[in-house]
Write a protein that binds this ligand. Structure first.
Ligand SMILES: *Cc1c(COP(=O)(O)O)cnc(C)c1O
Length: 482
């Protein structure tokens, strides 16, 4: 069941869980928020939690955990080597994905480090539906190049295509033929494609990708960090899978993959990561790097308690009523924004709701980081923290030139089972107000710009006095309300 029928009201997504532990939130007045965002260099990553009302930065490591996960953490078998908790997780991974070799790592990017170091060399090409920030950084660091082969529709922000994360098979073939199969390190498929709005690929498309990999003898690597959302979308959007269980869909995807890696900060709702495969040679090469970067092979940089929580979290991910919570709440948020005319990415994806900054602040050129400016403005007027997913999240090229992003998005992540419907309504309402006053939003410029992954720690200043004007308008419309 995806949405509960109401008799007198329009249908709403319904929480299939109850809240048993709460954390008090603080909504600081707008004047304090103005100070805070400036202290943070207009970078929402640098805000402090105490200044944030609703944290929609990411779903990473902040999904709500279940009572069963917390209970499992209490029976962790702590030991440096040979922990039973590790073997439980490895067994669960084998049960769900059908892969007998499991490599633990402290988070998703640690898996990317290991995979890139083993398979990427200078001159390597890695075709993929779309890049992710840390993935691209690791591939580039090892001398490789990312080639995106996603369907054109992926970058059409308002579309009805149910699977915007699909690979364009012709583009994939062209990349392989142009470079020669020898140069292809592996083909990477990202579930719930993060940077284009949490958009899924279809099982049908993955089968086509597999065929091409077989034809050229290439490894297919699945980034399963956002698999939960992708599974749900396959279930509800792909006709042939309508009557399949989540477990069956998962297995079908896994059977098409040579190597699967995931951030357990997302998949499994805890904190950690891992790589699994049936390819013994690949396993043995990757395994060597674990003690060097992560820790011993039976914990891989994770706390044993988290390992217990991931095992339970993976099992819970096979429950449709659990994994529908993210996508259904996101769809609701997207629809509410649409009713108010606020530009959002459609169809709704997983992970979060994505505002289209290119349209929201169309008066700002990409050189002034429209999505970053929007992130700063949204925090200022609501206390809601989102994440820039646009040009700021890109790196300059080797000549120091700006690489403009294909799309400028402000992501409002909905960590799974964390926010209530009224909190989502508050967010939509404040942002709809901002949209009406969007002409007041100005640009940003770097004052401190790190070379690698600059969006994490870079600091920016406003290009004009626009924030004070926004505060004045806010006070005019909301009086002394927060
Ligand atoms: C978050 C994420 C990663 C990196 O995982 P971390 O645990 O944050 O290091 C990799 N790929 C995708 C698709 C992600 O969403």
């Amino acid at each position: 069941m995806s949405r509960i029928k109401f008799f007198h009201e329009e249908d709403l997504p319904l929480e299939m869980h109850k809240v048993r532990i709460v954390q008090k939130l603080n909504l600081a007045p707008i004047e304090r928020r103005l100070q805070a965002i400036n202290e943070a260099g207009n970078n929402t990553f640098l805000l402090r939690n105490r200044d944030i009302f609703l944290d929609m930065l990411t779903d990473s490591g902040v999904n709500a955990m279940s009572d069963q996960q917390l209970a499992a953490m209490m029976v962790a078998d702590d030991s440096y080597a040979g922990s039973e908790s590790f073997f439980k997780l490895a067994a669960k991974v084998e049960e769900i994905f059908g892969k007998k070799y499991f490599i633990p790592a402290h988070q998703g990017r640690a898996c990317e480090n290991i995979i890139s170091q083993v398979f990427v060399t200078k001159g390597s090409i890695v075709p993929m539906n779309y890049h992710f920030t840390t993935t691209k950084a690791h591939i580039t660091l090892n001398g490789g190049t990312v080639e995106e082969v996603v369907i054109d529709e992926a970058l059409v922000l308002n579309s009805t295509h149910p699977f915007k994360g699909n690979v364009d098979i012709d583009k994939l073939r062209a990349v392989i033929q142009k470079n020669g199969a020898k140069k292809i390190a592996f083909v990477r498929l990202e579930a719930g494609t993060n940077l284009i709005g949490g958009q899924p690929f279809s099982l049908e498309n993955m089968r086509e990708v597999r065929k091409v990999c077989d034809e050229f003898g290439l490894l297919l690597v699945l980034d399963a960090s956002l698999l939960a959302d992708n599974l749900y979308f396959i279930k509800v959007r792909e006709e042939q899978c309508k009557h399949w269980s989540i477990r069956e869909i998962t297995r079908a995807i896994a059977d098409l993959s040579d190597i699967i890696y995931f951030s357990a900060r997302k998949l499994g709702c805890a904190r950690g990561g891992g790589i699994c495969t049936n390819n013994q040679a690949a396993f043995e090469k990757m395994r060597e790097l674990v003690p060097l970067y992560e820790g011993f092979l039976t914990y891989g940089g994770m706390s044993i308690r988290e390992i217990e929580a991931i095992t339970v979290g993976l099992e819970e991910t096979m429950d449709e009523e659990m994994i529908n919570q993210g996508p259904e709440f996101i769809a609701f948020m997207v629809e509410e924004f649409q009713k108010k005319g606020v530009p959002v990415v459609t169809p709704p994806g997983g992970l979060g709701c994505h505002l289209n900054a290119m349209e929201f602040v169309e008066h700002l050129p990409q050189t002034q980081y429209p999505a970053g400016a929007l992130a700063s403005a949204v925090y200022l007027i609501s206390g809601v923290r989102g994440m820039e997913r646009g040009t700021l999240s890109e790196q300059r090229d080797e000549n120091g030139e700006e690489c403009f992003a294909d799309v400028e998005l402000l992501r409002l992540a909905l960590p799974r089972r964390v926010f209530t419907l009224s909190q989502i309504k508050y967010t939509v309402d404040r942002i709809a107000w901002l949209y009406e006053n969007r002409h007041l939003i100005g640009g940003l410029t770097f004052v401190e710009e790190p070379k690698i992954l600059r969006f994490f720690c870079g600091r920016l200043a406003t290009t004009s006095d626009w924030q004070n004007k926004l505060v004045a308008q806010f006070r005019k419309d909301f009086g002394d309300n927060l």
